[in-house]
Structure formats: structure tokens, C-alpha cells
Design a protein around this ligand. Structure first.
Ligand code: TMP
Length: 209
């Protein structure tokens, strides 16, 4: 059986990633492709349990280092139990956030380097990289407004951090996309949801012919 594909969706808060992950999965299934839609943190029983630890509780519940280790542990379980079995079975896996979220968020305070996060990923997930990463990007102010409208002041432990933190996250994503142009495609997330889904499909068109 042919190996499937591993596609990740990335971006800061409020860019519409989760809506687009669902829409992209449906559009690929309509083309006869067998899809597994999953998300991080989470996507396996163990990783969903770690998600609860990571996203709830006080802002200072975890140190930056402990938080990075928990994300890496959740990802390791998700890769082993969910992602690799599906890819090996020929499915196209669409994952809402993956390693690049850890690289962007857990290094945004400056305490950990990108190299630190990548080293944890080598241990936790044998360094697995997506075949393609679709980065959804919106002008900063617009994303913040959308996130506020969605969360109504109830953002999770990490989403609720200040604007400087999220600006550092957004800048890191853009930098990764520029540095790893083979793996990344930067997608304009403005306009209607249907327009954005068409842009995502266009970024996979070399595989869809
Ligand atoms: P979500 O809003 O996409 O469900 O993600 C939950 C939060 O977790 C979001 O604020 C981003 C954050 N996050 C990290 O900080 N590092 C990671 O590795 C992942 C996957 C998410």
C-alpha cells in the first residue's frame, strides 16, 4: 500500500485554522481521498489528557521548560498512536497544529531556542516532519479581533498571553516559512472561508493532479 501524506495547518490565534482543517478534510474526501483529521495538543488518548494539563489552570502553572516537555510528550504519543499508523495505511493526515507551533510558541519568551524545541522533537517523535505545512496568515489586528470574538474573553492558558507574545509567535511562523520554503506554503487567510479553502487546495495541487 502506498504511504499517505502528512499535512499540517499552522498559524497564530484567530486565523481560522480549525474551520479550515475541517473544510480541507471534507474537500479532499470529496475527491475520493481517505483522510484522518486530527489536532494538537491531543489526537490520541494520552495526548488529549496532556492537553487538559497544558491548556487549563493558572498562567504560571508550568515553567517554559516543563510546558515544552509536555507538548513534546503529547506529540510523541500522537505520532506513534495516531499519525504514523494512518499515514502507513495510506491516509492523508491533516493535523491542526504540530511541531511548528511548539517552535513558535515555546520559544517566544526567549528562554528556549528553536534548537531546544527541535531537540525535544528528535527524542519525542524521532524528528518526524510533515510532508507539507500550510501556514494561515492574517494581518495581526484582524487575527486578534477574530480570536477575541471567538473566545469572548475565555482564551486558554496560552491563547490568553499578551499581544507581544503573540506578535513574536506570528513573526516566528513567517520566519520558518521563509527558511523552509520547500515544506511550507503561506496561505492568505483573509476573505470568505470558501475562498481560503480553495487556496489551501491550490497549495496541494501538485498532489491532486
Ligand atoms: P488551539 O487554540 O489551536 O486549540 O491550540 C491551543 C493553544 O496551544 C494555542 O494557544 C496554541 C498553543 N500551542 C502551543 O503553545 N504549542 C504547541 O505545540 C501547540 C500544538 C499548541
Amino acid at each position: 500500500m502506498a504511504r499517505g501524506r502528512f499535512i499540517t495547518l499552522e498559524g497564530g490565534e484567530g486565523v481560522g485554522k480549525s474551520t479550515q482543517a475541517r473544510a480541507l478534510a471534507a474537500a479532499l474526501e470529496a475527491r475520493g481521498i481517505s483522510v484522518l483529521l486530527t489536532r494538537e495538543p491531543g489526537g490520541s488518548a494520552g495526548a488529549e489528557a496532556i492537553r487538559g494539563l497544558l491548556l487549563s489552570g493558572d498562567a504560571d502553572r508550568w515553567s517554559t521548560r516543563a510546558e515544552a516537555l509536555l507538548f513534546a510528550a503529547a506529540r510523541g504519543d500522537h505520532v506513534e498512536k495516531t499519525i504514523m499508523p494512518a499515514v502507513d495505511a495510506g491516509k492523508w493526515v491533516i493535523c491542526d497544529r504540530f511541531l511548528d507551533s511548539s517552535r513558535a510558541y515555546q520559544s517566544a519568551t526567549g528562554e528556549l531556542t528553536d534548537g531546544d524545541i527541535v531537540a525535544l522533537h528528535e527524542v519525542g517523535s524521532r524528528g518526524l516532519l510533515p510532508d507539507r505545512t500550510l501556514l494561515l496568515a492574517l494581518p495581526g489586528g484582524e487575527a486578534e479581533q477574530r480570536a477575541r470574538a471567538r473566545d469572548g474573553g475565555m482564551a486558554d492558558r496560552i491563547g490568553g498571553r499578551d499581544a507581544d507574545f503573540h506578535a513574536a509567535v506570528d513573526a516566528a511562523f513567517v520566519r520558518f516559512a521563509e527558511e523552509e520554503a520547500d515544506r511550507f506554503r503561506k496561505i492568505d487567510a483573509s476573505g470568505s472561508p470558501d475562498e481560503v479553502t480553495l487556496r489551501l487546495l491550490a497549495a496541494l495541487d501538485d498532489w491532486l493532479a
